[in-house]
Design a protein around this ligand. Sequence first.
Ligand code: SF4
Length: 446
Amino acid sequence: MKLAFILPAIGKKKNRKYMKSWTMEPIMIAVLKRLTPDDIETVFYDDRIEAIDYDTDADIIALSVETHTAKRAYTIAERFKAKGKRIVMGGYHVTTVPEDARSHADILVLGNAESVWEDMLRDVETGNYKNEYAGDVCCDYGQPDRSIYADKRKKYLPLGLVEIGRGCHYNCEFCSVSSYYKRAYAHRSIAAIVQEIKENPHKVYFFVDDSIFSDKEFAKALFIEVTKLHIHWVTQITLDIARDEELLSLMAASGCKVILIGFESIDPQNLKQMNKEWSIKVGERDALVERIHNAGISIYASFVFGFDYDNEESFKNCLEFSRRHQFFVAAYNHLLPFPGTATHERLCREGRMIYENWWLSREYTYGSIPYHSKLVTAEELGLLCKKYKKAFFCFSSIFTRYKTLKKRTNVTYVRFAYWVTNLMLHWEVNKRFGIPLGENLDEKKR
Ligand code: SF4
């Protein structure tokens, strides 16, 4: 039996290249390859960087589906179905809205695949398979098998992706991680993580977790072991890491250089609405940010606009806050109601969705707003995101922030990464708007 893994792309503008910043190493495919028995032949097509061979002799087509790639995934599935192939789909989107994917697939893998992947493949071999397999929350897969994309690695961003755990103990209203894992958290063994880092040498690693310290004692033990590896790494984390000074200093000592913090908003009313008021106590935000900077860790600050108390003042306040702290990078994105989240349910209930299933809509494009925000129109909200991104990524801002960065760190790689990231995001501000989902991906130009 032969299995073709396919990672569908988001979409691209006509005759334009695919967004470079969207081409990270596809670690989930390496995990699935590890779970696949050796006697099953495999091939992998990464739709983001190469053409799919629709004439492949594979018997099964396995698609990993996210909300932004759902439309493309369904198109690919239909083409293969017409050739009589078995279609398997899994991933966050399929798990959250299985009804969306059901008509395009023979088999859905819901939840984490680890506990059911091999059984599913064996059932397909015998022809006696189920239409749905439900996996438990688990990330016990040993070592991802990166040989599946060894020949394509040069085309990915130069970051070694490593997964520490899955899930998050918080419950933010808009968050698909929270709706998917229901506040559960599972992590890999420290031995498996350390071995993976040793076997997969990179200049810098991205620990792809959403909340790396959901289990504090585990995080401390992990940081102590990672310190011995003398690596540099980046991750996503919540601001309250800085409340625990021991944890913060262990994290810094272990080589953490940049963290993405989802501030989302600095308006207390918005934070309350999104169920994230735990993230900050009055007057605490600036002190926590400074504590992180003083530990030698730079911050990628992420803000989301379009909550019910947002207007242009909110953007101005965030820009002022970003400049005050001279962030490494800042993102000014709009709220996107992902299916299965409480935000999507609320906006549907309130009759505010412009495109309820925006991920399938022909009219919706990446960067536009699929719902009615309260204090500004959807169109104004999109324009404000663009305007304030431009303000943050203008050349004078990039140079000014670099002067501060030089005082904060003497690590050459961090300084280099600063320029690469800021210049890439500077040039991508306009390019990121108006990308049609699932379109123009069969063009030769990528
Ligand atoms: S802290 Fe982050 S990962 Fe956790 S629920 Fe909130 S947004 Fe999601």
